[in-house]
Design a protein around this ligand. Structure first.
Ligand code: AMP
Length: 633
């Protein structure tokens, strides 16, 4: 690829020798025992840096606490203004205490521990404490409902749950206790112990469960050891669920060694993260961005990281800008949904705040639409700093496509996520595996593993990992996204090839929503697709088939909306919900969501040769249009 930036060109050239390149990248990591084998591929998977031992949490804290104990490590801000700062020494002390306490509760190397808490110091220190002692954390986003929580806990086999009692959202303390109580009533729940961090309630009594209040951890920690475990490069540090198109979420595994190399590499090349940074990633610890770029990467490099709980526009739309000024933020990592939210208020709220500490702004999670980019780039940041889109997935642990700020920028093309970053082999392929021509849309594939790419799914006994990623086009990792690549090598993402919804940056499987609907006794079948939404990118459009004998009562739609909210939490925002006599399905019985999508988008149905009953699409169209005209659209 030709580039206008000699540093980028030189780095891409170096990356051509991938073995050398990833050997050199591994030197950024502190290894307790040096690795001996760079890369091994074996049946169904691969691993990196075999023979090496390290610890992700130790490298994020121990040396920094020794070398610059007074530097702020973590600034925790709640939307109500409550702010708590931890120096490296203080965070280290808290993490060591928790490590000892969790050990005292019986947590051992390899055990899974679930965390259901808002983004804050107790959750972050717990993540770090667990990885310090070799336990595997599973953070479940504190906006998910009880069914989602129970399912993830069950799949991970977690016996300990660390929970918060509330989370702040738009001025409201949302109670988490009833959700946890209900999740733990799941007969398959393996949880035996809950540690509660409570801000409003007393820890509840739950039968069959031993509960500890946060304060009890002090006594538990006393006699126990906080010594770290040295973990093999390939040992899991955490697991995190993504929602696939099937009801069963995938539990992605990220490791102590390879993931750490990948993070440090992208921290340098993509983000130019340095110890001088005051870094604000507006994500949540429930997502991979939170794991990688609120917690691990900024601490690994010794920077200051901001963790924010609540809505960015609360108590008012100026909140975001005020906090940037107040904390002298140098790097921002946000998402298109946040950019759209802030842009909704126009630029006036930013006026009067000094944003000159900011050096660069990054966005990922969805395509950063050019109009939204434009407002941020030109009107909020006055073209003084770059606003940079980049692409990645839970499975990649960090960015794969981007504009490498850390090497000096390439020209920004609004609407494009950038180039394949040095070290990452990305191709746009046709279904038969041949390469697309420039500007031809195809399937985005990673043609060679890199350190940090998920090499397995937790609890995978059926070969689901291979099936999900490596078999659609044999021999390459298929990301599930569609894109085209232009003559300069820039990628332009078009959306998912499959049907996962992305609501306000949160990935929700269509079938998770369908499963929720099916829990209502009146529902026989449900088909879900995305409906464009100015603010959230996408919301749920649901098509519901009632059980025989049931009829559309006036309150039914409300009940179904409540059911979805109850099962999946407020992230699953429903746009339209229509009742239909049947769903379009293949002859083998699979719901054809792309046809539902065509109804919602008012497009032609396309190929319907595999459809069981063509009338189902017509009925859906009729229902949709009837409701349109009812609503005076
Ligand atoms: P998640 O694993 O939840 O982070 O979701 C990953 C998916 O989000 C990707 O497969 C894409 O579909 C989408 N995505 C992430 N970043 C971008 C981006 N910059 N442009 C377009 N799509 C993106």
């Amino acid at each position: 690829m030709e580039t206008t930036n000699p540093r980028v060109a030189a780095e891409l050239e170096k990356a051509g020798d991938w073995e050398q390149y990833w050997t050199r990248a591994a030197a950024r990591v502190d290894w307790h025992t040096p690795w001996t084998t760079l890369y091994e591929a074996f049946e169904g998977s691969f691993r990196w840096y075999t023979g090496g031992t390290t610890n992700l949490s130790v490298n994020a804290l121990d040396e920094h606490a020794k070398n610059h104990p007074e530097r702020p490590a973590l600034i925790s801000i709640v939307e109500d203004g409550t702010t708590r700062s931890f120096t490296y020494a203080q965070l280290f002390a808290l993490v060591r205490k928790l490590a000892a306490a969790y050990r005292a509760l019986g947590v051992r190397r390899g055990d899974r521990v679930a965390i259901y808490m808002p983004t804050g110091p107790e959750a972050i220190a717990s993540m770090l404490a667990l990885s310090r002692i070799g336990a595997i954390h599973l953070v479940v986003f504190a906006g998910f409902g009880s069914a989602a929580l129970a399912q993830r806990i069950r799949l991970a086999g977690a016996r300990l749950l660390i929970a918060g009692d509330i989370t702040w959202r738009k001025g409201r303390a949302v109670p988490l206790v009833p959700i946890v109580e209900e999740a733990l009533r799941d007969p398959g729940s393996p949880v035996r112990t809950v540690v509660w961090h409570c801000r409003s309630f007393d820890p509840p009594e739950i039968s069959g469960i031993t509960s500890y209040a946060w304060q009890a951890l002090d006594d538990l920690a006393g006699p126990a050891s906080d010594e770290p475990e040295w973990m093999d490069s390939d040992d899991p540090a955490f697991i995190l669920a993504t929602s696939g198109t099937t009801a069963q979420p995938k539990l992605v595994v990220h490791t102590h060694g390879a993931y750490q190399v990948g993070l440090l590499h992208t921290s340098a090349v993509m983000f130019g993260l340095s110890p001088n940074d005051v870094w604000w990633s507006t994500s949540d610890i429930g997502w991979i961005v939170g794991h990688s770029f609120i917690v691990y990467a900024p601490l690994l490099v010794g920077a200051t990281t901001i963790a924010y709980e609540g809505a960015l526009d609360h108590p008012g739309p100026e909140n975001f800008y005020r906090l940037i000024q107040e904390h002298q933020v140098t790097g921002i990592f946000t998402a298109p949904t946040a950019v759209r939210l802030l842009n909704r208020y126009g630029t006036a709220p930013a006026a009067g705040f000094d944003l000159t500490s900011v050096e660069r702004v990054f966005s990922a999670g969805e395509p950063l639409n050019p109009p939204a980019w434009d407002v941020f780039q030109r009107e909020i940041f006055h073209d003084r700093v770059p606003v940079i889109d980049h692409w990645w997935q839970t499975e990649t642990g960090g960015p794969v496509v981007g504009n490498p700020y850390g090497l000096g920028l390439l020209p920004i093309k609004p609407g494009s996520a950038g180039i394949a970053l040095p070290g990452y082999a990305v191709s746009v392929l046709r279904a038969d595996g041949t390469r697309c021509d420039p500007d031809e849309t195809g399937s985005v594939a990673i043609t060679r593993p890199f350190p940090g790419l998920t090499a397995r799914l937790w609890g995978d006994v059926t070969g689901r990992y291979r099936e999900a990623y490596w078999t659609t086009i044999p021999g390459v990792y298929v990301t599930g996204d569609a894109a085209s690549q232009d003559a300069d090598g820039y990628l332009w993402f078009r959306g998912r090839i499959d049907e996962v919804l992305k609501i306000a940056g949160h990935r929700i499987g269509t079938s998770e929503v369908e499963s929720a609907l099916l829990r209502h006794p009146a529902v026989a079948e449900a088909g879900v697709t995305g409906q464009p939404d100015d603010l959230r990118g996408e919301v749920v459009a649901a098509f519901v088939v009632l059980r025989p004998g049931e009829s559309v009562r006036p309150e039914l739609e409300d009940e179904l909306r409540q059911t979805i909210r109850h099962e999946l939490g407020p992230v699953a925002v429903v746009g339209r919900l229509e009742f239909v006599p049947g769903l379009p399905k293949t002859r083998s019985g699979k719901i054809m969501r792309r046809l539902l999508k065509s109804v919602v988008m008012d497009q032609e149905s396309g190929d319907t040769s595999t459809i069981e009953d063509p009338h189902a699409v017509e009925a859906a169209r009729e229902a949709w249009h009837r409701a349109d005209s009812d609503q005076g659209h």
